[in-house]
Write a protein that binds this ligand. Structure first.
Ligand SMILES: [Mg+2]
Length: 243
């Protein structure tokens, strides 16, 4: 025990003695909130490691895209990015839900998105500015529904996330492959045909043909990560909960 803690203990005993020997009365503590017991929320909210991992991933992606762009004509290529927990942070939504003991619901999610207050993920804007400087385009392909697309667009613009194309999820579009194909072909965008040179996301399904079963294939299945695929940490939710 340190000297200061020992001193405090002795003072506490002395004060207890002054109270006429009455047993100390336990002051009931309020139970910790669901936020304070949610380690995934605490890690995202409070840890420097989370922010460092985001910035680190985006810096490595920027260095890689800089190499790639040397062999490409400006205006011919694009980086595909996810939205939630990739360029926009929904931590505040998770905190709000946990505070009332709730989980994700369509209604509360719609209300959160309509507020247009999701801040940018650290590192994302710098990365996009690098892509632009090198002559690339940025397409954000998200599983937010079509109905939520206008508010998502407003949110991105309000917090200064630049992008050329935003594609939300229509009924039945469980995976993103068909939407990436639209980005490649230029059908449904006003960008013309583009080569996708990089994918960035927080969910294994943000990468072509991958899902949680990749874990069974061994580490060679991750060969594209750090090359054309860059994954950001998200302990709050993901397809790992379902697959
Ligand atoms: Mg996401």
């Amino acid at each position: 025990m340190s000297g200061s803690r020992l001193s405090l203990l002795l003072i506490a005993i002395a004060l207890g003695g002054c109270a006429g020997g009455a047993a100390p009365v336990a002051v009931p503590e309020s139970p910790p909130s669901a936020v304070e017991t949610s380690y995934e929320i605490l890690w995202v909210r409070d840890s420097a490691e989370y922010e460092a991992a985001l910035v680190q991933t985006y810096r490595l992606a920027a260095a890689r895209v800089e190499q790639t762009a040397r062999e490409l004509e400006p205006g011919t290529w694009v980086v595909v990015m996810d939205a939630d927990e990739t360029v926009l942070s929904n931590l505040d939504y998770s905190v709000e839900r946990a505070a009332v003991g709730g989980r994700w619901t369509a209604e509360t999610w719609r209300e959160w998105v309509s507020r247009k207050q999701a801040p940018p993920i650290p590192g994302a804007i710098d990365f996009i500015e690098t892509v632009y400087r090198l002559g690339g385009r940025v397409a954000i392909v998200t599983n937010r529904s079509e109905e939520l697309c206008p508010a998502t667009r407003d949110n991105l613009e309000a917090v200064g996330v630049p992008f050329d194309h935003l594609r939300c999820k229509r009924e039945g579009e469980d995976r993103k492959e068909s939407r990436w194909q639209e980005v490649r072909s230029g059908d449904g965008t006003d960008l013309g045909p583009l080569e996708i040179v990089m994918w960035i996301g927080d969910n294994i399904r943000d990468f072509p043909d991958l899902d949680q079963s990749v874990r069974e294939a061994g580490t060679s299945a991750y060969d594209e990560f750090g090359v054309r695929y860059f994954v950001l940490p998200n302990p709050l939710y993901g397809s790992w909960e379902e697959d």
